[in-house]
Design a protein around this ligand. Structure first.
Ligand SMILES: *[C@@H]1O[C@H](CO)[C@@H](O)[C@H](O)[C@H]1NC(C)=O
Ligand SMILES: *[C@@H]1O[C@H](CO)[C@@H](O)[C@H](O)[C@H]1NC(C)=O
Ligand SMILES: *[C@@H]1O[C@H](CO)[C@@H](O)[C@H](O)[C@H]1NC(C)=O
Ligand SMILES: *[C@@H]1O[C@H](CO)[C@@H](O)[C@H](O)[C@H]1NC(C)=O
Length: 461
C-alpha cells in the first residue's frame, strides 16, 4: 500500500466537512481547586507515586477564555471539542453538590464560541472522575456509576444542550478501563486485579447507553444533537498472509476497539474472540441489556493518535502482530466492520518532544479514504489546540497547534507551523491543485506530512 499512499492526492474535502480542534479539561484548564471545584482522580493521582508535575495550572484555560477563542479564530475551525470537568460542575460527583461558578465557566465559553461562530463538540467525561466517587464507591468498578453518570449527563444536556449538536459521553473507554484499572498507568492507578478492567468496561458501556437513551427520550426532539462514545484504535497489519495471522489481527483490534464498538454498533455484545479468550472473566449482558446497549451511537467517534502508543505497551494485546499506524486501513476497517457509519475523527495527531518550540509538522491525510474507499468521514479533529498537561507523560510531550510557554506568568499562546498549515488546509477545504499548495521541502517533509509516513513515524517514550 505504501506506493499507492506515497502519491499525494490533490483534492478538496466534501462540503460541510467539519474541521475541529480539541482539548481535555484536565490538560488545559488548571484552576484545580478554584471557585468550588472538587478534586478529581487526576488531582489525587498526580499527588502520589513518582510523578514530578501536575495539571494544577495546565495551560490555565480557566482564566483565559479570550486567549483560547483567539487561537480558535486564528485556525478558522468550524468546531471546538472540549470536555467538561465533572467535579467542577458537581464537586463530589452528585447533583446535590452542584457548583454554580463551575457551570458559569462553561456557559461563558459556549457563549464566546457562539460569538465567533464555532460549534462546540462537548465531551462529558475525559478521564477526570470526581475523587469522592472513587473513594466512596471504587469509581467505575461500581455499577452505581451508571446512574450517577446519567444524572450528570442529564444536568449537562439540560443546561448546555440548546447550544450543543455533538456530544461525546466518554472519551476512550479502553484507556479508562485498561490503563486506569488494569495497568495503573493512568488515574485512578489501580493494578491489582486483572479482571477489573472488564467489569469497568461493562459499567462504562452501560453508563454511556443510559446517557444516550436519556438524550434520545428527553432531549433529541428539542435539541437535535447527536451522541456517541469516542473510541480509539491502533491498526495491526498481518505479519504474513496466513489465515491464523489475519485472525490474530482481528482479535487484536477486537480487544481494543471491538470491545466497545461491537456492543454499540453491531449486536449489544462483546466480540466472539474476546468471549472465547476471556470466558467467565468477561461480564455478560442479559438479552434486555444487549438490546438497550445496541445502536446507542449516532455516529462513529474515532480517535487516532498517540493514545495508541500506550495501548500497545501491553504486549499480550498485540497477538504477536506488527503495529502499524495506517489510518487509511483503519478507516476502511471501521467502515467495513461497522456497516459504514458516518465517522467523525474526534482526535488525531502526533506529538513533539517537550522542548519542541513552534516548528513541527502534523500529518493530515484523510482524503484518500473518503475519495477512493468511500468511507463516510464527516469531520476531523486535530489534537490539540494547546500544549498542556499530557497525562502520564506530564509536560514531557507537546501536542498543541499552539505553543504554550509554561515559564511565562501569562502562559502565552503562540501558533506553531502546524497551526499555519492547518488554517490553510481549512481555508481551502483540502489541497486543491494550486502551485502555492505544493509543500516546501524542509517545512513539511513530503514523506512525513503526507501520510505515507504513517508507517515510518517512530513513537518514542
Ligand atoms: C455531596 O455533597 C452534597 C452537598 O454538599 C451532600 O449533600 C452529599 O451528601 C454529598 N454526597 C456525597 C456522596 O458525598
Ligand atoms: C485492590 O486495591 C484496592 C485499593 O487500591 C482495594 O480496595 C482492593 O480491595 C484491592 N483488590 C484486590 C483484589 O486486592
Ligand atoms: C488469550 O490470549 C492470550 C494472549 O494472546 C493468550 O496467551 C491466552 O492463551 C488466550 N487464552 C485463551 C483461553 O484462549
Ligand atoms: C443492533 O442494531 C442494529 C441497528 O442499529 C440492527 O441492525 C441489529 O439488528 C441490532 N442487533 C441486535 C442483535 O439487536
Amino acid at each position: 500500500s505504501s506506493t499507492v499512499d506515497s502519491t499525494f492526492l490533490y483534492d478538496t474535502f466534501p462540503d460541510k466537512f467539519m474541521w475541529a480542534v480539541g482539548t481535555a479539561a484536565y490538560s488545559v484548564e488548571g484552576a484545580w481547586e478554584k471557585d468550588g471545584k472538587g478534586k478529581s482522580i487526576w488531582d489525587t493521582f498526580t499527588r502520589g507515586g513518582t510523578r514530578i508535575s501536575r495539571g494544577d495550572v495546565g495551560s490555565d484555560s480557566y482564566h483565559n477564555i479570550p486567549g483560547d477563542l483567539r487561537a480558535l479564530q486564528q485556525l478558522g475551525v468550524s468546531h471546538y471539542r472540549f470536555s467538561l470537568s465533572w467535579p467542577r460542575i458537581f464537586s463530589n460527583g452528585t447533583k446535590e453538590s452542584y457548583n454554580e461558578k463551575g457551570v458559569e465557566y462553561y456557559k461563558s465559553l459556549i457563549r464566546g464560541l457562539k460569538e465567533i461562530k464555532v460549534q462546540p463538540v462537548v465531551t462529558l467525561y475525559h478521564w477526570d472522575l470526581p475523587d469522592s466517587l472513587q473513594t466512596l464507591f471504587g469509581g467505575w468498578s461500581n455499577s452505581v456509576m451508571v446512574e450517577l453518570f446519567r444524572e450528570y449527563a442529564d444536568f449537562c444536556f439540560k443546561t448546555f444542550g440548546s447550544d450543543v449538536k455533538f456530544w461525546i459521553t466518554i472519551d476512550n473507554p479502553f484507556v479508562v478501563a485498561w490503563h486506569g484499572y488494569g495497568t495503573g498507568v493512568v488515574a485512578p492507578g489501580i493494578k491489582n486485579d486483572s479482571d477489573l478492567p472488564f467489569r469497568v468496561g461493562h459499567n462504562l458501556l452501560k453508563a454511556h447507553a443510559a446517557a444516550w437513551h436519556l438524550y434520545d427520550d428527553r432531549y433529541r426532539s428539542s435539541q437535535g444533537g447527536r451522541v456517541s462514545m469516542a473510541l480509539a484504535s491502533h491498526w495491526i497489519k498481518p505479519s504474513r498472509t496466513r489465515q491464523e495471522n489475519r485472525k490474530a489481527c482481528q482479535c487484536s483490534l477486537d480487544f481494543v476497539l471491538g470491545w466497545f464498538a461491537r456492543p454499540l454498533f453491531v449486536d449489544g455484545d462483546y466480540p466472539p474472540c474476546m468471549k472465547r479468550n476471556l470466558t467467565h472473566r468477561l461480564p455478560s449482558f442479559t438479552e434486555a441489556e444487549s438490546l438497550y446497549v445496541n445502536g446507542t451511537a449516532d455516529f462513529f467517534a474515532l480517535s487516532h493518535g498517540p493514545a495508541l502508543s500506550f495501548q500497545l505497551i501491553n504486549d499480550s494485546l498485540r497477538f504477536a502482530q506488527t503495529e502499524d499506524l495506517g489510518l487509511r486501513m483503519l478507516l476502511y476497517w471501521v467502515g467495513a466492520e461497522y456497516n459504514n457509519p458516518p465517522i467523525f475523527v474526534v482526535e488525531s495527531g502526533w506529538f513533539g518532544s517537550g522542548n519542541t518550540k513552534t516548528k513541527d509538522a502534523k500529518q493530515m491525510y484523510y482524503l484518500k479514504p473518503i475519495r477512493f474507499d468511500r468511507v463516510n468521514v464527516i469531520g476531523y479533529t486535530a489534537w490539540s489546540l494547546l500544549d498542556g498537561y499530557e497525562w502520564y507523560r506530564e509536560y514531557g510531550i507537546r501536542r498543541g497547534l499552539f505553543f504554550v510557554d509554561f515559564n511565562t506568568p501569562d502562559l502565552k499562546r503562540e501558533p506553531k507551523t502546524s497551526a499555519t498549515f492547518y488554517s490553510n488546509l481549512i481555508e481551502k477545504n483540502g489541497f486543491p491543485q494550486l502551485p502555492e499548495n505544493r509543500p516546501t521541502q524542509g517545512v513539511f517533509p513530503c514523506d512525513f506530512a503526507w501520510g505515507v509516513a504513517a508507517n515510518s513515524i517512530q513513537v518514542k517514550f
